[in-house]
Design a protein around this ligand. Structure first.
Ligand code: HEM
Length: 451
């Protein structure tokens, strides 16, 4: 049972309007600190910081933006400018027809059957993580670090598995360097400054990126020449894929941009989901005990498989609740291409319209005790308003890797909770800080006692 008034860590939201300079400075440390507390109590907040901007927390207005008027609200230039140097005009960035054909081509790659076929790779990575944690014990382990290693293991195995020519470490180093550089995003980037303001993506030396692309291209060409053997991984599936409408297939550069997109979009986000889930399990031992009882009754002491995922509903509820309290993509932004009215307010062409998912998930209007950790709120997910809970976005641009990520997270979390009891280390609580994603700053330091 939840101890009254005990809440997991959260971002202190602003209660009084700040001046532009204070906001700019605060945002450099933590983008979420610019969200006014009032955003957790009302449907929309608007302002002007150079350009006009709005934060929308009303599920119906969000539905209109993400579903009904998708083409009127393309992703804002900010996100695109940041990511383009690494992942080109891939699925994540493209708009209109160029996005549509790539989405149609990639969608079957993530079918239930294909994702299920990849489960043994997730189980293997989870087992190796458990072995590393057991070796490191009894001292405390930074589970954020561990989970980053584990999810990179998975994503590199399901994209370029078994390719001797693929240099995993150099790709990992290049992506980490890029993300940390791109992470030095400023409030100008979020709220929209003139295009001549330098952005990290543009300032960066292109050498590491170029090398990463060459490594990926070589692996793709080698695989295309060799053909698939065994269970098809994401590269095999994408190589086979074609747009059912135009019959177009991806060339090497398009394949590479999309595979790197899967790595960039899928690896850190899933690691964060797991790190926050473990933090919450250590925070609430009763929840941890309930999860362990479920895992033991389903899997006893054998490895957790893809088939087990559907039989572990409580483990999944913990992950759902971690994604509510700490959504890795805690803010998404769009640029209005035409005048509109949302929640009775005028939207002008060119306005930045932000969906602060962090605030939406902690709205006092939409959730009971929004800052409390309570996985039972996901026991009947049908009762939750679809557009009030958006860890993966929604509409046609919903995360293509959501079921892949959830399957991976359940397998890894169940493996770890089945083998260890996690406890927090006094004085080492993480702070939720969003730069590009919502990370537990300071790491998630836990002791892991074998059970
Ligand atoms: C827990 C882990 C993950 C979270 C929280 C997450 C979150 C999101 C969100 C919020 C979006 C929509 C962004 C927007 O509308 O502006 C998105 C899109 C996307 N995600 Fe994920 N993601 C996760 C894992 C993955 C994985 C594992 C992959 C691939 C293997 C992936 C690939 C993508 C791609 C390609 C898009 C763009 C889709 C499109 O625009 O058509 N993500 N993700």
């Amino acid at each position: 049972m939840q101890i009254e008034n005990r809440q997991p860590v959260k971002v202190p939201l602003v209660r009084e309007p700040w001046g532009i300079f204070k906001s700019l400075n605060a945002a450099r440390q933590n983008v979420l600190s610019i969200i006014p507390e009032i955003a957790t109590r009302q449907p929309m907040v608007s302002g002007k910081t150079g350009k006009r901007w709005h934060m929308v927390m009303d599920p119906e207005a969000i539905r209109i933006m993400l579903l009904e008027r998708l083409d009127q609200y393309p992703k804002s230039l900010v996100t695109k400018n940041l990511l383009r140097p690494a992942i080109g005009e891939s699925l994540f960035i493209a708009e209109g027809a160029h996005w549509r054909w790539q989405r149609r081509t990639a969608a079957p790659v993530f079918s239930h059957r294909n994702v299920m076929n990849l489960a043994p790779i997730m189980t293997g990575a989870a087992d190796r993580a458990a072995a590393r944690i057991a070796d490191a014990g009894p001292r405390a382990v930074d589970m954020l670090d561990e989970m980053v290693t584990t999810t990179f293991d998975v994503i590199s195995d399901v994209t370029f598995s078994g390719d001797g020519s693929f240099d995993r470490d150099s790709v990992h180093t290049a992506i980490d360097a890029y993300i940390s550089e791109a992470g030095k995003i400023s409030l100008f980037d979020i709220l929209g400054a003139p295009d001549w303001v330098p952005r990290p993506g543009r300032m960066m030396s292109g050498k590491a990126l170029k090398q990463m692309k060459t490594v990926a291209d070589t692996a793709i060409d080698a695989r295309a020449a060799r053909g698939a053997d065994g269970v098809p991984d994401l590269l095999d599936l994408l190589l086979e894929g074609e747009d059912p409408k135009s019959k177009r297939k991806m060339n090497t550069a398009e394949l590479r941009d999309n595979l790197l997109t899967f790595i960039v979009a899928g690896h850190e986000t899933t690691a964060l989901t797991l790190a926050w889930s473990l933090y919450l399990c250590a925070f609430d031992q009763d929840v941890q005990d309930r999860a362990r009882a479920e895992i033991k009754s389903v899997c006893a002491d054998r490895p957790v498989t893809g088939e087990d995922v559907a039989k572990l509903p409580f483990v999944r509820q913990i992950i759902d609740e971690a994604l509510r309290l700490y959504p890795p993509a805690a803010m998404v932004s769009r640029t209005a291409m035409a005048p509109d009215t949302l929640c009775g307010r005028d939207i002008h062409k060119g306005d930045t319209v932000i969906i602060p998912i962090y605030a939406l998930h902690r709205s006092h209007v939409l959730w009971d005790n929004p800052d409390s950790f309570d996985p039972d709120r996901f026991a009947a997910p049908k009762d939750i308003d679809r557009y009030a809970y958006l860890p993966f976005g929604d509409g046609p641009r919903i995360c293509i890797g959501a079921s892949f990520a959830l399957q991976e997270a359940v397998i890894i979390l169940a493996t770890l909770l089945g083998r260890f009891r996690f406890n927090p280390v006094a004085g080492k609580d993480p702070s939720p800080v969003m730069i590009l994603t919502l990370r537990p700053e300071g790491g998630v330091w836990l002791t892991a006692e074998p059970v």
